[in-house]
Write a protein that binds this ligand. Structure first.
Ligand code: 1BN
Ligand code: ZN
Length: 384
């Protein structure tokens, strides 16, 4: 091969490698596939988000000020009225789903699911849900097991994040390409555990079941489509670490965890989360055919040990956990619902970045092949 041809080939080879590495680098950066400690990125990305953790914390405080939100109590009615009042300025319309629960010869209880809608004229619907009732017993405490718990985390935190999320999303609702429902679910937390019912004979998640049974009264099934149901339960405790709830949709789970990691929240959204099946408000929505996720901690063996005890109070709320959850939810909405990127969460296609990486790698291999062929062809024939 002539020295000039050799030089051209060498330059060509270096160019191919350089281009390949750069495009790969750009792709992994644009998808935030970081490794190691990248918290600087979390700080800068978070600046474009508006979720305020102090506002959310104050929402928990207000709920606790009513007393335990147990169906059949005045505190329960007062809290429902307060949620509706809060929704007036941060949603476009508010509906109440009234229902009753009556078991055996027990009294009948009036319950209410409260729904606040943003952008009700849009076609696709994202639902954020949280239960707002609190448990009537403390079966996991060593004392006063028959009296109700404060429910700061179990109940209070989900409601608080939903209200603050509604406030921030409402402010830029015109940029969203979907409806957002904020569903405050009653009667979730009175089921049977360790020999005790919250309210005699009640199942877990009665409120979501009642709502889904009558969901046709809240949307027009011929023009509106459900995107997903995102349940927040116990999102405000210290040492926040979410699990992979096994009924949750894989694609939705992965996208939400990726969103958290993108913001630098590696501990809250671990790469290998514990897998657990939890009976919660997402079950009824899943059975209805909506993609769901239950964003929840391991309340059985995890680090937050106050579940269904009297210590589920403000002293065991970590304001940072409210921020982590709120920012991740807001970021998720910005990523998937501001650019007409509505996604089919049940379709578990590989992410675009994977296809792009494959395309770039193929390009690199083709280039390498061309180089090797040309090198062989241009090689001067041996004269001996
Ligand atoms: C989850 C959070 N649950 C109540 N609050 C449901 C549940 C609790 C189901 C304990 C089984 C046992
Ligand atoms: Zn509970």
């Amino acid at each position: 091969m002539k020295p000039k041809s050799k030089k051209i080939l060498r330059v060509l080879f270096i160019l191919i490698v350089f281009l390949g590495l750069n495009v790969e680098g750009f792709i992994s950066q644009s998808n935030y596939e970081f490794s190691g400690n990248e918290s600087w990125f979390g700080t800068s990305a978070a600046r474009t988000l508006f979720f305020n953790e102090t506002t959310a914390y104050n929402f928990i405080e207000t709920q606790l000020s009513f007393g335990p939100r147990v169906p059949g109590t005045l505190s329960h009615i007062e809290c429902a009225d307060w949620i509706r009042e809060e929704l007036v300025d941060i949603t476009d319309n508010i509906m109440t789903h009234n229902f009753t629960i009556q078991k055996y010869s027990e009294p009948s209880y009036h319950c209410q699911n409260i729904l606040g809608k943003i952008n009700p004229a849009k076609e696709n619907i994202v639902i954020f849900g949280a239960h707002w009732d609190s448990r009537n017993v403390a079966e996991k405490d060593t004392e006063n097991q028959s009296s109700p718990i404060p429910g700061a985390n179990d109940g209070g935190s989900g409601v608080a994040v939903l209200l603050e999320l509604a406030r921030v999303l409402y402010a830029y609702k015109d940029e969203l390409d979907c409806q957002v429902w904020f569903l405050f679910i009653d009667a979730e937390d009175q089921g049977y555990s360790r020999g005790m019912y919250g309210l005699e004979g009640w199942y877990w998640a009665e409120g979501s079941l009642a709502f889904v049974n009558e969901i046709d009264n809240y949307y027009n099934s011929s023009v509106e489509i459900f995107e997903c149901f995102i349940l927040l339960d116990m999102v405000g405790g210290s040492n926040l670490q979410f699990i992979k709830e096994s009924r949750s949709d894989e694609a939705l789970h992965d996208s939400i965890f990726d969103e958290g990691v993108k913001l630098g929240y590696y501990e809250a959204f671990p790469s290998r989360p514990k897998v657990m099946a939890i009976t919660d408000d997402h079950v009824a929505f899943d059975a209805f055919g909506i993609s769901v996720i239950d964003l929840i901690i391991d309340f059985v063996e995890g680090d937050w040990t106050y579940h269904h005890t009297h210590s589920d109070d403000l002293s065991n709320i970590d304001i940072e956990s409210l921020l982590i959850t709120g920012l991740t939810m807001e970021s998720f909405m910005k990523t998937y619902y501001t650019l007409n990127q509505n996604k089919d969460w049940r379709n578990t296609d590989l992410p675009t970045s994977v296809y792009l990486s494959i395309a770039v790698s193929s390009l690199f291999l083709v280039g390498l092949l061309v180089y090797l062929i040309l090198k062989k062809k241009l090689k001067p024939k041996s004269t001996s």
